[in-house]
Design a protein around this ligand. Sequence first.
Ligand SMILES: CCCCCCCC/C=C\CCCCCCCC(=O)SCCNC(=O)CCNC(=O)[C@H](O)C(C)(C)COP(=O)(O)OP(=O)(O)OC[C@H]1O[C@@H](n2cnc3c(N)ncnc32)[C@H](O)[C@@H]1OP(=O)(O)O
Length: 184
Amino acid sequence: MTRSAITTPPPGATLPEPLPGAPAPGSPLGSHYSRCFGCGDRHPTGLHLSAVTPDGVTVTAEFTVGEAHQGAPGLAHGGVLAAAMDEVIGMSVWLFQRPYVTGRLETDYLAPVPVGTTLHLRAWCTGMSGRKAYLEAEGRAGAPDGPVAVRAAALFIEVGMEHFAEHGDAQAILAEHHEYEVNP
Ligand SMILES: CCCCCCCC/C=C\CCCCCCCC(=O)SCCNC(=O)CCNC(=O)[C@H](O)C(C)(C)COP(=O)(O)OP(=O)(O)OC[C@H]1O[C@@H](n2cnc3c(N)ncnc32)[C@H](O)[C@@H]1OP(=O)(O)O
């Protein structure tokens, strides 16, 4: 991965440990929002990523490239592949039970990905430092040990939960996150 200095953990960054309440290894992670382009089951043309955590700190997921995801005829759009990287990385950092958003996402495209291909995605954290989390991801074509087609490195920034209500749709959050208080 040709990651930049911005997505490289600084000296002193720490590696996360699984939290006591982390989902059991292999259990499905579920969707954080039904209309999410990455994981929502109510998004008609979204990626419908299904994800698990094998160990409480990394995430593996599958995404099958569909007709709605094309750029060149018969091939996945690069922006859609970047969205898949963003989503699986977002899911992995959410394992730490604090809300983060993407600050920077760098993507390497190593091979074209035809419609119908299942990409086997994996995301992991390379370091945390203050509000910053450094993460990487890869997508392998056809099988978990298939050839790497896409790689990504990212800087995610921790925000308060109010970030989503302030800038997004507070009613939609309340409808799906009953534990969430908009005005705590
Ligand atoms: C129904 C939902 C309910 C909630 C559920 C939540 C759980 C979710 C669960 C599962 C997720 C699944 C996956 C989701 C999808 C994947 C994630 C996305 O796509 S997120 C959307 C795209 N990203 C944005 O929209 C961010 C837009 N940007 C911002 O809002 C701000 O710029 C923000 C928050 C990133 C930073 O703003 P500041 O004002 O808080 O802080 P400042 O001081 O600017 O930055 C803090 C530090 O970070 C550095 N920084 C920030 N952005 C940087 C960048 N692009 N490059 C380099 N450094 C950056 C700064 O230089 C600063 O560093 P120094 O502390 O000074 O050392």
